[in-house]
Design a protein around this ligand. Structure first.
Ligand code: 13P
Length: 251
């Protein structure tokens, strides 16, 4: 049985003061009413350690990236290693978000190396995949996303140590959401790709999240779609009431 995962990606948002208040609000809401699902908060690296020092029973923490360098420490200015992320108190790391693939030119190989580093330290990578609008409109969505899965998911991935997030680029921050049929078609294809890559048992146990304009009003439907095991939430994770509103749909 795959346990649902509801994850917030704060992206490059929040000052120290506002971020701590947001985290506290989420932690208190979750502690007051726990459900049969996992909650994950991924603040910017600048706040991860501070937030991890707050009591956060029932909420896992993650980074939004991890260094591609296969080292715990070294001369990699600006990078933060998987070992350092773990040391801050995180248990997950988002890798290969489309904003990094597009704006930081991260290739499938780079994403895979980051996922390898995360797994080797015991962090669960949330490997992001997703097609652009142009790719969807030209009928390439399935082939693009399946290629990303094939090339970005490492051979060390298991159903327990890896999560995949399907985030159509055109749905991120736009208020646009694919039809339920399109989400289910894609998630079914991703699971089949994982099965071909790593075996049916791994595929059956791996959680596949949907991300892109998830809100309290559409969360119930999206989170109950076939082969959808949770959500990766951007904008709506920045307000306690919105993030909690999404979590509540699973109570
Ligand atoms: P939005 O929820 O703001 O569309 O962002 C989704 C996302 O990119 C999460 O990683």
């Amino acid at each position: 049985m795959r346990r649902k995962l509801i994850a917030g990606n704060w992206k490059m948002n929040q000052t120290k003061k506002d971020g701590l208040a947001l985290a506290k609000g989420v932690f208190e809401a979750v502690a007051a009413q726990k459900g049969d699902f996992d909650v994950l908060v991924c603040p910017p690296m600048s706040l991860l350690g501070l937030i991890a020092d707050l009591p956060h029973d029932g909420v896992a923490l993650g980074s939004q990236d991890v260094s591609v360098a296969p080292k715990d420490f070294g001369a990699y200015t600006g990078d933060v290693s998987a070992a350092q992320v773990l040391d801050l108190g995180a248990s997950y790391a988002i890798v290969g978000h489309s904003e990094r693939r597009a704006m930081r030119y991260e290739t499938d190989l780079v994403v895979r190396e980051k996922a390898v580093n995360a797994i080797s330290k015991g962090l669960i990578p949330v490997i992001c995949v997703g097609e652009t609008l142009e790719e969807r409109e030209s009928g390439q969505a399935l082939s693009v996303v399946c290629r990303q899965v094939r090339e970005s998911v490492p051979s060390t991935s298991t159903g327990e140590n890896t999560v995949i997030a399907y985030e159509p680029v055109w749905a991120i921050g736009t208020g646009k959401v694919p039809s339920l049929a399109d989400v289910e078609e894609m998630h079914t294809a991703i699971r089949a790709e994982v099965a071909a890559l790593l075996g049916q048992e791994v595929a059956d146990n791996m959680r596949l999240l949907y991300g892109g304009s998830v809100k309290p009003s559409n969360a119930h439907e999206l989170l109950n779609a076939q082969n959808v095991d949770g959500a990766l939430i951007g904008g709506a994770s920045l307000k306690v009431e919105d993030f909690w509103g999404i979590i509540q749909t699973q109570l």
